[in-house]
Write a protein that binds this ligand. Structure first.
Ligand SMILES: [Zn+2]
Length: 106
């Protein structure tokens, strides 16, 4: 299980780095006033894309934190929903999952 944990920690570091890039993008210094309408429209569209990426990344991060917490509690390979063991092959493909394949399909 140590492998899965370090994999999750790597993933968490990646996502955290990505998140701070999104945040830097959203909080960049103005300049919008100098731009013509078309450019502003493109900018707004771009902001929306980054916005949804940020939301997605936050959700992924939360899931990873959640999986890590369960690993720390010794329940990392146990389904959160039904309590059965999660197939190790499933954990290999989806290291951040906290439910077994049966519960995931529901
Ligand atoms: Zn289950």
């Amino acid at each position: 299980m140590t492998d899965r944990k370090s994999e999750l920690e790597t993933l968490r570091a990646d996502l955290t780095a990505r998140l701070s890039r999104y945040e830097a993008h959203q909080h960049r210094e103005g300049g919008a006033l100098d731009k013509d309408f078309e450019e502003q429209a493109a900018q707004t569209q771009n902001d929306e894309v980054v916005d949804s990426l940020e939301t997605e990344t936050r959700a992924e991060l939360a899931q990873i934190e959640h999986a890590l917490a369960r690993i720390d509690n010794g329940m990392g390979d146990q389904c959160e929903s039904c309590g059965e063991a999660i197939d190790p092959r499933r954990l290999q493909v989806l290291p951040y999952t906290t439910v077994c394949v049966d519960c995931a399909e529901d």
